[in-house]
Design a protein around this ligand. Sequence first.
Ligand SMILES: NC(=O)c1ccc[n+]([C@@H]2O[C@H](COP(=O)([O-])OP(=O)(O)OC[C@H]3O[C@@H](n4cnc5c(N)ncnc54)[C@H](O)[C@@H]3O)[C@@H](O)[C@H]2O)c1
Length: 254
Amino acid sequence: MKNIFSVKDKVVLITGATRGLGFHLAQGFAQAGALVVVNGTRQEGVEEAVTALSKENPSVRGFRFNVTDREAVVQAVETIEKECGPIDVLVNNAGIHRRAPLEEMSLPDWDAVITTNLTSVFVTAQAVAKHMIHRKTGTIINITSLNAEMARPSIANYCAAKGGLKMLTKSMATEWGKYGIRTNAIGPGYFETDLTKVLQDDKEFDSWVKKEVPLARWGRPEELVGAAIFLASGAASYINGHTIYVDGGWQACL
Ligand SMILES: NC(=O)c1ccc[n+]([C@@H]2O[C@H](COP(=O)([O-])OP(=O)(O)OC[C@H]3O[C@@H](n4cnc5c(N)ncnc54)[C@H](O)[C@@H]3O)[C@@H](O)[C@H]2O)c1
């Protein structure tokens, strides 16, 4: 029987893949036989990730660029297309936090999160979509968050960016569907990564997560892989503009 979930030999570019969820997504795609291109801001981090992932699949490549630098993104996408082949799947994963009470949040902290978590997705997707539009095929997966739906104190910049990204996902689906490009999002709940280390270390927050999530635990980074491979594969060929929440059932209960 044909494997409708196959992503074998697809060229998959994942931003912010040197650690955390991005790294585990890269590992999952590499194990599934895709040609994975990992991105990060530090050359050393990119090289370490490529070395680790090459054990799964020798065709892993790495490109250092900052997703907030439009010129660097456009140049990197051109190079990747030439050196690695046509990008079949783009995973916009890079993201940051700058936490502060809303009334005290500085403009630089607001701007940094909006630029990295929202504007960079517009910039990267536009650069890649140019090629996908020409080829009339491609898949884009944006990593949003539970915070695209629900706010928490001290992360207004992050909630605004992820809420915006949810709608940017729908806009991409609306405008680029006619070119054979499917755009969807994955909204993780609380996962154990560097980004949430401060929350994992906070005993009160940790027990709050375990009490509120129906599965009664944090997500493990590798648990995002299934949704990403599904959305990237032919099994999701008519799914466009959707967000899959991978949140242990958080949104199912009040
Ligand atoms: N961890 C969670 O619980 C959680 C929950 C919901 C959503 N998310 C989202 O998942 C994504 C990954 O988060 P994570 O927890 O793995 O975070 P992380 O901090 O562990 O990793 C983030 C990655 O993004 C990279 N990055 C940051 N800024 C960049 C830039 N300007 N250019 C290129 N790369 C950049 C970092 O180098 C790193 O590799 C983010 O978009 C985050 O908002 C995470």
